[in-house]
Design a protein around this ligand. Structure first.
Ligand SMILES: NC(=O)c1ccc[n+]([C@@H]2O[C@H](COP(=O)([O-])OP(=O)(O)OC[C@H]3O[C@@H](n4cnc5c(N)ncnc54)[C@H](OP(=O)(O)O)[C@@H]3O)[C@@H](O)[C@H]2O)c1
Length: 294
């Protein structure tokens, strides 16, 4: 585990592919890379508008032609894998072994290295992706992230409409600000060589273990009005999410996570060791994103 990595200049000779580049985490990473003068290729199916210094690439990560084009001339990949199945990554992994860039894979702190099967499909995908990348001989740098604070944006419509957020509950965990994950990813992207880094996954957590009720309570404090979380049974939550138009595979994965993901009491200092600053509190995240809920 390295101490803080200096970002200065290390990326100027790099061409970095960021996948999932328009998502809540991916766009934070792209913003940071732009400030480093890196050459950035940003992949998603529906790219964002033009940004100076960013080459947007429209395509599906599971499409061989997209993958080939995406990796052309690239020497570093920040791999965010947004699918709920690892099997469609075979083509990508094969292409990665041909082009051999450095690979930093964004995984989950919920991966249990001692378990034959993971707690739920979302964690299983990350465990399978890590295994697939390692088995292909790619020596990925694995960055495992706790639950992103940005998931709370899914409550915005309910918060605008009233004082109660309802949904399936999930075990407590040390929710992390996605900006801290982006800072940590940048620090790793800036490390000159992989052999500066040991092979152990980096475990990125927020500073405090929180339930959903805790998060909603802190969000209310940031907005200056009382909010509370109310658990709904899994079958009701499932029906609602499907009615909201969410894909069935995603809904089932979220319900499985709510039912089977174990509580995690782990709080690490890896954000600080990688970035030089302590992990941001959920209160701070909520304060900084209050406008999204008003
Ligand atoms: N959320 C968490 O708590 C958490 C915890 C640990 C790890 N992670 C990892 O972090 C990643 C990023 O999370 P996030 O919240 O930023 O996700 P997000 O906001 O849902 O963004 C997903 C991104 O992936 C792109 N995408 C989706 N399907 C694609 C496909 N088939 N081909 C190419 N691009 C595709 C999306 O753009 P288009 O739809 O335009 O393609 C978007 O840019 C997740 O994928 C997950 O693996 C998340």
């Amino acid at each position: 585990m390295p101490q803080t990595t200096s970002a200065t200049g290390a990326l100027r000779s790099s061409s970095v592919l960021v996948t999932g580049a328009t998502g809540k985490l991916g766009r934070e990473v792209v913003d940071r890379l732009r400030a480093q003068d890196a050459r950035i290729r940003a992949l998603s199916r529906r790219p964002a508008g033009a940004l100076p210094g960013v080459e947007p690439l429209a395509g599906d990560l599971t499409e061989p032609t997209t993958v080939r084009t995406a990796l052309e001339g690239i020497n570093t990949v920040l791999l965010l894998w947004p699918l709920l199945d690892a099997a469609p990554a075979y083509g990508l992994v094969e292409e990665l072994t041909t082009t051999a860039p450095r690979v930093i894979y964004l995984s989950s702190t919920a991966v249990d290295d001692t378990a034959a099967r993971q707690s739920d499909p979302i964690v299983q995908v990350h465990a399978d992706m890590e295994t697939m990348l390692r088995d292909a001989g790619l020596r990925p740098v694995v960055l495992r992230s706790d639950t992103l604070a940005s998931n709370a944006r899914g409550w915005a419509a309910q918060v605008r409409a009233g004082d109660v957020v309802t949904g399936p509950d999930i075990a407590r965990t040390a929710v992390i600000d996605e900006r801290d994950v982006a800072d940590a990813a940048l620090a790793l992207l800036c490390a000159h060589q992989d052999d500066e880094l040991d092979d152990a996954p980096r475990l990125l957590t927020g500073p405090e273990v929180l339930s959903r009720a805790d998060q909603v309570d802190r969000l209310g404090a940031a907005l200056g009005r009382p909010l509370r979380f109310e658990t709904v049974p899994a079958d009701v939550a499932r029906t609602r999410m499907l009615a909201d138009g969410r894909p069935e595979q995603l809904v089932d994965a979220l319900i499985a996570a709510s039912q089977h993901r174990p509580e995690s009491r782990r709080v690490t200092d890896h954000v600080e060791r990688l970035t030089g600053h302590p992990a941001t509190s959920f209160e701070q995240w909520a304060t900084d994103h209050a406008a999204d809920f008003s």
